[in-house]
Design a binder for this molecule. Sequence first.
Ligand code: DGJ
Length: 721
Amino acid sequence: MAIYVDEQTRTFYLESKNTTYAFCANPFGFLQHIYFGKRIAREDLSYGVFLNARGHGSHIPHGNWMQSLNQYSNECPTFGRSDYRESAVALDFDGVRVFDWQYVGYTILKTKPPLEGMPSVRGKDTLVVSMRDERTGAAIDLSYTVFDDVPVILRHAVIRNGGKKPFTVDRAYSFCLDLPDADWQAVTLYGAHTRERFMQRADLKRGVFSVDSKRGVTSGQMNPFAAFVRKNTDENTGEAYGVNLVYSGDFVLKAQIEESDTVRVLGGINDYDFSWRLEPDQTFTTPEAVLVYAEHGLGEMSRAFHDLYRAYLINPRYVRAPRPVVLNSWEAAYFDFDEKKLLEIIDATAKTGVDTFVLDDGWFGARNGDNAGLGDWVVNTQKLPRGLTPLIERTHERGLKFGLWFEPEMVNPDSDLFRAHPDWAIHVDGLEPCPGRNQLVLDLTRDEVCDYIVGAVSKVLRENAIDYVKWDMNRCLTENYSAHLGARGKETHHRYVLGLYKICERIVNGFPHIFFEGCAGGGCRFDPAMLYYFPQIWTSDNSDAYWRTVIQYGTSLCYPVSAMSCHVSDCPNHQCGRVTPFSSRGDIAHLGATGYEFDPTRMSAEEIAAMHGQIAAYKDMQDLVLNGDLYRLHDPLDGNLFAFELVSKDGDRAHITVMRSLCLPNDKCLRLFPRGLDENATYFIPETGVEKAGSTLMYYGLIVNIPFGDFTTATYTLLRR
Ligand code: DGJ
């Protein structure tokens, strides 16, 4: 049992691997945060509970002038009762927005119940602490889940209207964590389409630091992740707190330093353009927040996220299973294909060593470009007069699996669906909706729209022998409104996300034999909630090997490498024109769920032979991609080198990939310091024929020899003797 309650001091001790999270129901009746960090003894902590703290201006009723709520750490702060910092919950009772949570009691559960209507992490021991506002009957349950095997605490909240009148939820964050001093830096993941999840590190200053999305999707611009680290924290040393939201819509993560010189970290659904009407007896559930504490650097923090997501979030049926090695038709043909061309591509694909052919965009409706057809999930008979069957049969005859692309959430104005149901697209009457890639977003807040999508996509999946689906989503939301919600328009974006989860549940769970890959105009919706449905997500439309080192480096801060779909693509690269060696493209794509994305009919015999070699090498190391520990040995944006190391959990085997961006004549000796090896074991490195002790390799180093030329790579296998 990793949850302990001291009934006398009303202190809660939550113990996950190596960590303690402690808070108490204090004499004023609110939940006061005490500690989150390295494991400490389970003893009376009241001497550190700061009850005499002077805040200027106001204080707790019945307290003395030294007792301002502004000086206390709080598990669920609200506004208007002498805490002037960011609050976690804001409620509106017909204009009165002031309320007072008072501790009521707690329950300990042996199994964590799933969150209502939302994907969540599976877990066991869970503490639910209840608070109530006497005046209005509003109540909140704060939920905390602990783990023996990962340094993680899960948090979410359920707000309940236990009163007699409706009220409005204006803010419902998933967590609040008060860190005890102001000496922190924030690490976040920012970007754009084709440059998702670049890493930013910045000192926290006084005021509010915040990252968010208002786009209806978590977005490529900001990921729902943040880490708070010490100035001296690096990959292997120093404290790191990581936060990631299991959510796919508008989010916000904030860190505030105020007069007390502590940091308040909090976040959840973005309340910028959100509110939710709660009738008596109804509840509102926030998305889940994943909180990680790592004593030894960003690397340890990342491995905790990876272990958690592989063990408790991603579909257990697929998470550790060898991934399909695909050849995807997008950069091979874009929209320009017919049956003959596809059959040629399939025949050529069968000679490459991949095991799955994926037919991307362009096979349905009047889809001859990106301006028509979305929503019409019937075969484009102009291009494919005999339908999908001849393609699927040929693919299967050649021993390959067949994958198909969908973009279920979208509609083109030039489509039969839009002509029949123009009101099904998100819009405001009398206003021309903002298009994105010539398409509009279907209103997933409406059940009939969700039913149509599930029916249309399921029909294709039922009537054809499809093994793999790529689920795409190519624009952000605008017009945050839905006519059928009327005055409750601010509920639209969250209801959209709930609708998305419903259709994912029905389609993904309705076809358990099909492997689903997520995608959103590259990697613009790469979040834990999508990973719950899709064991891997297309990481970026930028498949240039160099830029992929940067994107995969940032993405790995909280997502396992097996979650990243990575393809070897054409040369010169279609996104930036860069020329890179085929071997480099393979080596970088193999640091994830690998695949290929070019026209195999145009490949030379040497390239096809190289592909066979690459795929064999990938299959040999795939277990490390699926199950290994990641060590980031070198950041590509910090100098000329990128290096990743994957190590098996038992330390028997490791794989290192290095890329040097620009060839530097007369370069210095390049030395890497692998991690995670057994110091006392001997490792054989077949690529060099060298045999060395784990300690020698880790502390004296591994000398790497990178081939001549720009953007070249080297790989090393370390095998325990
Ligand atoms: C965006 C995706 O990221 C691409 O891989 C491709 O599927 C296109 N959409 C198709 O429209």
